[in-house]
Ligand binder design. Structure first.
Ligand SMILES: Cc1cc2nc3c(=O)[nH]c(=O)nc-3n(C[C@H](O)[C@H](O)[C@H](O)COP(=O)(O)O)c2cc1C
Length: 354
């Protein structure tokens, strides 16, 4: 099978979640024996369709523009058995670059009118490849893709072989050891294999690919703190992710949310621990964590008999959490106190992080 994969993301490398998902799909397709070419549309010159209809009249099937679309991408598109369209979700639909590509496939149609399924259409000039659509979105709900889904289903009809939609995509990391993330990426590789072998992706595999990572209640406090941290530190979200920065909590609720999100059950294994935090200063109050059987339970308030108790000004702890202050130094300077199994503090990375 000859596959052309077109990536319209504005970002490249690991910060691009479109690229992360497409890389997995392509890996699976190659493992199943397909010949796959990936083209990053950002790196090609593709002019807008100017609506002259020259491709329908004076030069049937040939666009007036002499750019990379006419010279390279369109011929490769027609020559492929399957074309993967990989696009980020922008304003609830495909992004402008993918739309530009789609508009420039006009030469594949003829000008005449015909009615199919009660709708006026143009007949195809060429046999077009099967299409697989893959899209990623920042929001957590799957229905964020409803407009995109409706559009691609209407447009590609019987040629649409597969649709992959990944919400909460900003949480994807190639090297992640979080079981949920690993399984999504592995399932996407599997999806690529199935696409080549069966020209479709099974409902079981799709279910794994789109499995919820988080929900609004968990994601919003985390996301809001991450954006506020970017604003305060004057970094872009891409820089924030590359530097593996930690969102700075501004309340006990957001502290709990961030700790829960950062908990890694694979690292924790069957280790047990319980911690009590008593905050003073900017934010006053208490909260606690218990880790047991690979699960973290977080709660506001006091717990009975914790392994470790930290008494600290909220802002001091948040400086330590976000790497602005050194925990050992702050302890020596008496900025906070600990009682109980103090060595636990030195080994927090056995419970948290990728
Ligand atoms: C201009 C713009 C519009 C966006 N619109 C939406 C949107 O409507 N819904 C959503 O869930 N995410 C939206 N996002 C977030 C992206 O879908 C998300 O960041 C995705 O990971 C981008 O793909 P990339 O990682 O390949 O750049 C938008 C991002 C940008 C830059």
């Amino acid at each position: 099978m000859k596959v052309l994969a077109l990536n319209s993301s504005a970002r490249v490398g690991d910060v691009s979640k479109t690229e992360i998902m497409l890389d997995c799909l392509v890996q699976g397709m190659r493992e199943a024996g397909a010949e796959v070419e990936v083209i990053n549309l950002q790196k090609r010159k593709i002019r807008y369709c100017i609506g002259c209809f020259t491709c329908w009249t004076k030069t049937p099937g040939l666009c007036i523009h002499k750019d990379d679309m006419t010279k390279e991408i369109f011929p490769k598109f027609l020559d492929s058995d399957l074309c993967v369209l990989a696009t980020p979700l922008y304003h609830y639909t495909i992004n402008a670059l993918m739309k530009t590509f789609i508009e420039r496939t006009l030469p594949a149609l003829q000008p005449f009118f015909e009615k199919r399924d009660g709708v006026t259409k143009h007949p195809r000039r060429h046999e077009v490849p099967l299409i697989a659509v893959i899209s990623v979105a920042g929001f957590p709900e799957e229905n964020v893709f409803d407009q995109l889904k409706s559009y691609v289903n209407f447009l590609f009809r019987d040629r649409l072989a597969a649709e992959i939609y990944r919400s909460s995509a900003e949480m994807l990391r190639t090297e992640s050891t979080f079981p949920k993330i690993k399984d999504i990426l592995e399932a996407t590789v599997q999806g690529g294999k199935e696409l080549v072998e069966f020209k479709m992706i099974s409902p079981e595999t799709l279910e794994r690919i789109k499995k919820p990572i988080t929900d609004f209640e968990k994601m919003a406090p985390l996301g809001n703190c991450a954006w506020q941290t970017c604003i305060d530190e004057k970094v872009t979200m891409g820089e924030f992710q590359k530097r593996k920065m930690v969102p700075r909590p501004n309340s006990i609720e957001s502290f709990l949310a961030i700790m829960q999100e950062g908990f890694n059950p694979v690292k924790a294994g069957d280790k047990k621990m319980s911690m009590q935090y008593n905050f003073s200063g900017q934010v006053e109050g208490s909260c606690n964590f218990t880790v047991e059987q690979g699960r973290l339970t977080a709660a506001a308030g006091q717990m009975a008999d914790p392994d470790l108790t930290v008494e600290t000004p909220f802002e001091v702890w948040m400086d330590i959490l976000t790497g602005k202050a050194d925990g050992a130094q702050m302890l020596m300077e008496g900025k906070y106190t600990v009682t109980g199994q103090t060595d636990l503090l030195l080994n927090m990375d056995q419970f948290f992080g990728e």
